[in-house]
Design a protein around this ligand. Structure first.
Ligand SMILES: [Fe+2]
Ligand SMILES: [Fe+2]
Length: 357
């Protein structure tokens, strides 16, 4: 079971704790899942250098990163009544807060990818995990550079930290893959897709597209490697992994409905009363404004995470009931998941976005 991390906070920026992860050497260098070798080859072929993106692109401060017609908030009657300054401040800070979560989440992904490299027994999967660690380092780099460029940064949302810590403190590489490659990366791939669709800012668009191409491989890794192992597992072992998946999803579900201190900060900076905002959201919900996602946007939990867990055999009869009792629909439609996992044909979109790779 998950360790109770002994927390040591060094200065203000370093957070360290001990974990119980099993480490594996493997001297059978020939063995390996052929599809993982393919994925490793794709990962090597698709490495890119963040220095080659157009960092000199000026960000026009009069042009919001997410245009009002792509934002749900601008459709809310409450929001329309705010002053232009409040609307613009909210737009800039809420986008910056989201981008800071991309940055911190990517650091979590870097840590988990490195953990998988030392925990997974299969040598070829170690190779692949090493490429993922490099991918994630690059993702931390690009979002760090972008956040610095917009000069507004926010701390990590507590539930996202809790979810990644729960993943990092397991003893078992399979749980790390479930927590990261199926759950957190499902969340990330959905969020990146939505950002890509919402923004017309060329630098962020090119960053996000490059990152999405890498993430689509990371989500595939969890599936290709783990699904056949889970299929052969004893039911008790599978139940343990299914319980871990359920607990991890519930951290996310509960976190997303809790009050986020970073978002309160966004409201405060924008001069918006948090209770007024909550009432405005209730009104928008009642009017159905927040129910439907804008065209092309993805619901991470419904479209990516739950289908990935179902596909891997990680939703058992028992945990299906738990999900349903918790109000989380167990969706098995894998259409969007399958589309998001294979973006090789989207290179033309990358070119159109002006990215160098
Ligand atoms: Fe990433
Ligand atoms: Fe990733």
């Amino acid at each position: 079971m998950a360790a109770n991390p002994k927390e040591v906070v060094r200065e203000n920026t370093v957070h360290s704790y001990k974990t119980l992860m099993d480490v594996s050497w493997n001297f059978d260098y020939e063995a390996g899942v052929p599809k993982i070798e393919d994925l490793y080859k794709r990962a090597k072929d698709n490495q890119w250098n963040a220095d080659h993106l157009k960092w000199e692109t000026p960000i026009d401060p009069s042009n919001p990163i997410i245009a009002p017609d792509h934002s749900m908030y601008y459709k809310m009657p409450f929001f329309k009544k705010l002053s232009t300054v409040q609307q613009e401040t909210f737009g800039a800070h809420s986008t910056a807060q989201l981008l800071s979560q991309f940055l911190h989440g990517e650091q979590g992904a870097l840590l988990t990818a490195a953990t998988i490299a030392h925990g997974v027994p299969d040598v070829k999967a170690k190779y692949y995990a090493a490429t993922q660690a490099m991918d994630e380092a690059r993702h931390v780099e690009v979002y760090e550079r972008y956040v610095k460029k917009i000069a507004i940064d926010y701390p990590m949302t507590p539930w996202l930290k809790q979810l990644i810590d729960a993943t990092l403190t397991t003893e078992n590489y399979m749980k790390v893959m479930i927590g990261m490659n199926m759950i957190v990366e499902g969340l990330a791939l959905g969020a990146f897709n939505n950002m890509y669709k919402q923004t017309d800012e060329p630098l962020l668009k090119s960053i996000t597209f490059n990152v999405m191409r890498d993430e689509s491989r990371h989500v595939s890794f969890g599936h290709i490697f783990l699904t056949p192992i889970i299929a052969k597992m004893h039911q008790d072992e599978r139940e343990e992994l299914a319980q871990f998946a359920y607990d991890a999803v519930m951290i996310l579900v509960k976190g997303q409905t809790a009050i986020d201190p970073g978002f309160l900060q966004v409201l405060a900076v924008s001069g918006i009363d948090a209770q007024d905002f909550a009432k405005g959201m209730e009104e928008a919900n009642a009017l159905g404004i927040t129910r439907e996602l804008p065209p092309g946007q993805i619901h991470s939990l419904k479209d990516l995470m739950m289908p990935a867990l179902v596909r891997a055999g990680l939703v058992t009869k028992r945990t299906r009931e738990l999900f349903e009792k918790s109000g989380v629909p167990v969706d098995a439609d894998q259409t969007i998941l399958n589309r998001m996992e294979d973006q090789k044909s989207d290179m033309n979109v990358l070119n159109a976005a002006g990215a160098k790779y």
